[in-house]
Design a protein around this ligand. Structure first.
Ligand SMILES: *Cc1c(COP(=O)(O)O)cnc(C)c1O
Length: 450
């Protein structure tokens, strides 16, 4: 894997896997990296090296948790969780993650459905894994660990669902007031006493800044034992690599082709997981990031200058990120824009194009897509003919359309049936505490519930 991964994993299999910050701090163990979420120097954790695999290494792996055991085993080397890996993976992959072929005039295109978990979005997978790990590492009834999570929509619900009622664990979910859908808000606010739902009078970037500030505050960190569950936590990315491994292996075995992936992208967590899988040798072809009107990544690839900015509100709200945190990780892993843009495509999709794609998906495929997933279907339709013909494509479906019914239903002229998981969640009572977008308000809210 080029400059980052200098030594072959196989020679080091018996060693502990160590994790370093993108800014240099470390090494720490997996346990520590999962616990901290973000490194002491403000950087993001990466393993000191990635193992590399051949397709044949997965020959005996049938289910997705078996694929995960092969792929993720090395990352647990030396961790106190090593004996629990199988249980952790079974808990994480307790629902199906199917790839469905789409009708497309002789071209090979399919949909990777990541939305069959408890809150009907792909973030259930990373959150489930992290909860399974942290509750084993840290579950402490006398001094609970507080997981802080800033969410532009789906993350918070997934994290809350994953930690709901787990003893010795507490979750504080920060979300921007008025910028998440009604159903999404309900999913952020309907949990047990160990989940604190905080409605912040600000934008997602404010929520994220508050989490960073809280974690950087020594006194608060000691008092509340903070951890983060945002996609900056390496514990989110590792399990997400698994479904790219599983889907690409299945496709490759069936067709002999390495599929390309088109990935709806906001904070770059899901896409980074795909790149990691490709770096580890999985049979993955081109990777294209589909973003909404937030252009930070597209402009970076064009100008070679990284210029994070305030986020714009779009229909694909869970991707409204002006300063994608995982870019720091991707640059460390692969290189700066001049290198990155040779290995990754990027497309920006406007709200009008999202609307048109939702309509067209319904007509052509016979089912509705969510506004995030629609950025991928739109991007696929815009690909050059030779890209469509030369590669098989897997479009990543990140959420169930019923989560965004106020956008989707008027466009398709029909109601979208609620999946059973969402029905159950929406029937619960919900409540939240409103706070101002600063650290003092967050600290006060955390103290209120002791
Ligand atoms: C979070 C989210 C995204 C963006 O994923 P990143 O990992 O932040 O790039 C896309 N779609 C949905 C539905 C999401 O919840």
């Amino acid at each position: 894997m080029g400059k980052y991964n200098e030594c072959a994993w196989r020679e080091h299999r018996e060693l502990e896997m160590e994790y370093f910050s993108t800014r240099g701090a470390g090494p720490v163990s997996l346990d520590e990296a999962l616990r901290k979420g973000i490194a002491d120097d403000g950087g993001l954790f990466l393993p000191q090296q990635f193992p590399t695999f051949a397709v044949t290494d997965f020959a005996a792996a049938e289910s997705i948790s078996e694929v995960a055991a092969v792929l993720l085993g090395p990352f647990f080397a030396g961790s106190s969780l090593q004996g629990d890996v199988e249980k952790i993976l079974d808990e994480t992959f307790s629902f199906s993650i199917p790839t469905t072929t789409l009708p497309a005039d002789g071209n090979s295109v399919s949909l990777l459905e990541l939305y069959h978990g408890p809150t009907a979005a792909f973030k259930d997978i990373g959150a489930g894994f992290l909860a399974a790990c942290l509750s084993r590492l840290e579950g402490n009834v006398d001094a609970p660990l507080t997981v802080l999570v800033a969410t532009s929509g789906d993350t918070g619900g997934a994290v809350a669902a994953a930690f709901d009622g787990r003893p010795g664990m507490r979750v504080a979910v920060l979300f921007p007031d008025g910028r998440v859908s009604e159903r999404q808000e309900h999913q952020l606010c309907c949990w047990s006493d160990n989940v604190l739902s905080l409605k912040v009078r600000g934008a997602f970037d404010d929520c994220q800044a508050m989490v960073k500030a809280a974690m950087a505050d020594q006194a608060l960190s000691v008092k509340h034992r903070f951890s983060s569950a945002n996609s900056i936590n390496i514990g989110r990315l590792l399990p997400q690599s698994t479904y790219y491994a599983d889907a690409s292996l299945r496709h490759y075995r069936r067709t002999g082709n390495k599929p390309g992936f088109i990935i709806p992208t906001g904070n770059l967590g899901n896409a980074s997981a795909c790149i990691m899988a490709r770096e580890m040798g999985l049979p993955i072809g081109p990777v294209i990031l589909a973003t909404n009107a937030n252009r930070a990544i597209a402009d970076y690839f064009e100008s070679l200058e990284w210029l994070p900015r305030a986020s714009l509100q779009t229909l694909a709200s869970a991707m409204d990120v002006g300063d994608p945190s995982n870019m720091e990780r991707l640059r460390k892993l692969i290189g700066d824009a001049d290198v990155l843009r040779d290995q990754l495509g990027v497309a920006t999709v406007s709200d009008d194009e999202i609307r048109a794609a939702i309509r067209q998906d319904f007509e052509e495929f016979g089912f509705a897509t969510c506004p995030h997933t629609a950025t991928a279907t739109h991007t696929w339709r815009q690909l050059d003919d030779n890209l469509v013909e030369q590669h098989d494509w897997i479009l990543v479906a990140t959420a169930h359309p019923a989560k965004f019914e106020t956008i989707v239903e008027p466009l398709i002229g029909e109601s979208v049936p609620l999946p059973a998981e969402l029905q159950e969640i929406l029937s619960r009572p919900a409540q939240a505490v409103s706070i101002d977008p600063n650290l003092a308000s967050l600290a006060a809210a955390l103290d209120d519930v002791g």
